[in-house]
Ligand binder design. Sequence first.
Ligand code: ATP
Ligand code: MG
Ligand code: MG
Ligand code: MG
Length: 480
Amino acid sequence: MKSQDVRSKFLSFFKEKKHSIVPSAPMVLKDDPTLMFVNSGMAPFKEYFLGNGQPKNSRISDSQKCLRVSGKHNDLEEVGYDTYHHTLFEMLGNWSFGDYFKKEAIAWAWELLTEVYGIDKEILYVTVFEGSDDADSLPMDTEAYDFWKQYIAEDRILKGNKKDNFWEMGEQGPCGPCSEIHVDIRSAEEKAKVSGKDLVNQDHPQVVEIWNLVFMQYNRKANGSLENLPDKHIDTGMGFERLCMVLQGVQSNYDTDVFTPLIREIETIAKKKYGEQEEADVAIRVIADHVRAVAFSIADGQLPSNTGAGYVIRRILRRAVRYGFTFLDKKEAFIYRLVDILSKKMGKAFPELKAQKQLIENVIKEEEQSFLRTLDQGLVLLNRIVEETKNDIVSGEKAFELYDTYGFPIDLTALILSEKGLKLDEKGFDDELQKQKNRSRAASEMSTDDWTILFDDKEEEFVGYDTLEAHVKLTRYRKI
Ligand code: ATP
Ligand code: MG
Ligand code: MG
Ligand code: MG
């Protein structure tokens, strides 16, 4: 089944179940002080769950562009190394705002997966919340368990803890237990060795979570206690690329038709074959993934820049350039050349990509060229540093200068040095970085595009823009 059909089958299934089908909301958020990018299907509907306003239809379904590169959900460092986490991905979702609840959500998920998509139920596992004996003292979700056992053998219903099976929007607000659906697509031989049950939620590349059904039934109050919600809601999210992997009978998201056209193009440009050498493969996956994230962000109006969300995008693109530079030996701009195939492939479902194609290409090309110049200058300086090094250790201070003045990535410095048989004084580098962080902390206010970032020293520590995680967690925003 082609990816296009996977998407449209999902949407038409829920349309038949009386859901309104809506387009993906823009991924870039301009007016949410807690989030830079949409990172889950529910984010655009947050206000409804909080009780602020009512959607026209109490049942909605869509495929939402999500980006998980900052804050609570940051998968960036996994991307390229595993085969099922992306920066940008589509989350297929269905919602009930005070309408249907567990019974229908479970019945329909099962019907869609096993009847419409025809997935063999012998490869599926589901999880339910086991309850908690902490201050919340929550009961096990026996309701969900009883619905599931109408469809699936009980030894395939696994109980999960609060971390995996209880979802909260934030410190306060709607929350509730969830049930996740996992697939085991290993060979029969592998299955005979270890039960899939033991591999669920263990980061196994062929035993992966595909769908999360959240049952919002509680409200967490400001004092931390829980109360029942007057209206119960359903929030589900299924990873589109992972579903395509299952339905196309392949073992990696990158072997689905969502990614193969991009990978073929990269192979041609880089004159390297995917699947022959691990480092090149990682680079190819990184580039195929990151070009999507950057292209979609630009299409949504977020250009790379030096601050805020723009800096996150710049860093993603630079990560791709760096992998191409280091492992595919690409010393000139080439990532922009992938936009054409991307917009041909995805432009139908996401017309903004087609409409903005020229802009996206120009911006990416320009960014690539300027970063490659930086890398070139950095390399000249690095070579000089190497020549001047008397023993086999390059000082942290010098590496920091390279990083700070030329934006030369420290992992690239370490890699080049190790190729030359030299070591990097990592501790010295960290010390210099720490000094810089202290200087940054002294700055009380810094402006981004249209946000002012306020730092509150008493409560939190600003650790600098080089850590995406910290950027979101540790900053406060004010619209200017
Ligand atoms: P995982 O445990 O695999 O990191 P998750 O529990 O963080 O996934 P959810 O927040 O439950 O994911 O999101 C719903 C669905 O979105 C997941 O079941 C999965 O199919 C998909 N998904 C989550 N993160 C990614 C990602 N980085 N890339 C691709 N798909 C993802
Ligand atoms: Mg995750
Ligand atoms: Mg998970
Ligand atoms: Mg999950």
